[in-house]
Design a protein around this ligand. Structure first.
Ligand code: ZN
Length: 266
């Protein structure tokens, strides 16, 4: 599940592969960029903002632009050595290929792919709340934004990237289990909002630098989460069957005993 930590890792992979390099070729396989050619452009850096990826480029004439992409549920970037086979995903999912002397970056099933003037980056990511893994992470501002929607369910509020940027469905479910809070709890009734925000940041930060997302401390298959993806399996704390239900546009997983508070009709 691409959440803030996965996107942060992806930005680092792209940075290590391409930063400082002058591109020797590009191949965009999306209609809106089909005629774009980045040959001769230099890659300055690759950064993440929440779940958005920003590849900052300089054209041969000095023009600065940013290649924006979003992974959503299924997108990925991979870096390959020149000549290496591209094996991560089927070829028909390729949306862009960027070639440099030392590496080839391949973007699979990317969303919102756009090349914008550097000055317009804000129009793409300016709406985001504080970035949990950003250099300017501001927990007080994240708490302030969450608290400004007291009637929203805490589950929806944590997923709203305008409040804080980087939490996806997995971390949402896991944070609320670890805090003992029902996903349907209105924000105003969450006992310790700063503690909840701080825990979300710690969980994402702990998974930087690896691709396995674990909230339990275990990297063993089937042992990496408390509730996410564990419908009908016993709660790791109390043994009660973990439940799964629709909440807003996403499914949510929770333990009805460890997470008291509002529960959906079953
Ligand atoms: Zn439980």
């Amino acid at each position: 599940m691409p959440e803030g930590d996965t996107v942060w890792n992806t930005a680092r992979v792209l940075h290590r592969a391409l930063a400082g390099a002058t591109l020797t070729g590009s191949d965009f396989r999306v209609p809106q960029l089909a005629t774009t050619d980045l040959t001769g452009w230099t890659v300055r850096e690759s950064v993440s903002r929440g779940k958005h990826l920003l590849l900052r480029l300089t054209a041969p004439d000095g023009d600065r632009r940013t290649l924006h992409s979003h992974l959503r549920m299924d997108g990925a970037w991979r870096a390959y050595a020149p000549g290496e086979r591209w094996t991560a995903r089927p070829a028909h999912l390729i949306r862009v290929v960027l070639r440099s002397p030392g590496a080839v970056a391949v973007g699979y099933h990317l969303h919102e792919l756009a090349l914008v003037p550097a000055a317009e980056e804000e129009s793409l990511v300016g709406h985001l709340g504080p970035d949990l893994l950003g250099p300017d992470w501001d927990p007080d501002e994240a708490v302030r934004r969450l608290a400004a929607q007291p009637e929203a369910t805490v589950a929806d509020a944590l997923l709203d990237q305008r409040n804080l940027a980087g939490v996806g469905n997995l971390y949402k479910c896991e944070v609320l289990f670890l805090r003992g809070v029902s996903p349907w709890t209105p924000v105003r009734d969450v006992p310790d909002l700063p503690g909840t925000v701080a825990l979300a940041q710690r969980l994402l930060a702990a998974n930087r630098g690896r691709w396995t997302q674990s909230t339990t401390g275990s990297l063993h298959h089937g042992a990496t989460s408390y509730v996410y993806g564990r419908r009908a399996q016993p709660c790791r704390r109390c043994g009660t069957a973990i439940r799964k239900a629709e909440l807003g546009e996403r499914v949510t997983y929770w333990c009805p005993v460890c997470q008291p508070g509002p529960q959906p009709a079953s």
